[in-house]
Design a binder for this molecule. Structure first.
Ligand code: UDP
Length: 237
């Protein structure tokens, strides 16, 4: 194993630091879809996601959400607080799309009467199965109190990001969050980028996220670059 490498995920690698409190996240160009069934190297994606996620985490920090982000080290690497990851993914949905549309037979693009918050087990081997709250607590993955904090924080993040993306002429359709424990507190970890969100252009409906890769729509990097360009012009940042 490469020196200092703690973990190599599908699109990021995590490296140890000399202390026990921080680690280095490296965003790579690797892209996967369908739980790893489809793979590609997209030149420049790592740098774009590192920058987009850093910009968004700083915005969330400014608005009272604690994240693992400490600072950017270079184009593709950030220094982060080293957390114990909670083994559930938290998915927030404003509009039906993706697996939700497929599973419940709802046309993509249908607005939802309320924001949906879902949990799924972080397990590539099992295909990230959705879990209800009693399943999460029964398996000791998180306590009910922690689930309440996760839900409340995820909804607050949704409000903050929806407002920011609206200003940028984009609709925030859905996104996935991961949290971890740091110094006894539950904080936001992982990333928020076009790999983990769906964004549609408000005027045209054009997809500006990883669905361009999943659905072979072309110009994936152009779309990610457009997301960053719009964020750079946002007044709220
Ligand atoms: N998502 C993710 N990682 C996952 C599963 C989902 O980042 O392992 C994101 C995905 O990009 C989308 C949202 O979470 O923005 C909801 O995804 P969905 O459940 O619809 O699954 P998908 O259609 O992506 O398989």
């Amino acid at each position: 194993m490469e020196k200092g490498l703690l973990y190599r995920g599908k699109s990021k690698s995590v490296y140890a630091e000399d202390d026990d409190y921080t680690c280095i996240l490296e965003y790579r160009d690797s892209t996967t879809a369908g739980n790893g069934a489809k793979k590609a190297e997209l030149d420049g994606k790592g740098a774009l996601n590192a920058e987009i996620s850093s910009v968004l985490y700083q915005y969330l920090e400014q608005n009272g959400i604690e994240t693992h982000f400490i600072k950017k080290l270079d184009d593709t690497r950030i220094l982060a607080k080293k957390v114990d990851i909670i083994n559930v993914e938290v998915i927030v949905r404003n509009i039906a799309a993706g697996s939700f549309s497929k599973k419940y037979g709802v046309p993509e693009g249908r607005p939802l009467k309320n924001t949906v918050v879902e949990f799924s087990l972080k397990s590539d081997q099992l295909g990230d199965p959705m879990m209800n709250e009693s399943q999460v607590t029964a398996l000791g993955i998180a306590s009910q109190e922690e689930l309440e904090v996760l839900k409340k924080t995820a909804l607050r993040i949704n409000t903050l990001l929806s407002s920011l993306f609206d200003e940028c002429g984009m609709v925030l359709v859905d996104f996935k969050l991961e949290f971890g424990i740091y110094d006894g507190r539950l904080i936001l970890a992982d990333e928020i980028s076009p790999d983990s969100c769906r964004f549609w252009d408000k005027a045209t409906g054009r997809k500006l996220d990883k669905d361009r890769f999943r659905q072979d729509l072309g110009d994936v990097i152009g779309a990610y670059r457009e997301v960053l360009r719009r964020l750079r012009n946002a007044q709220q940042l």
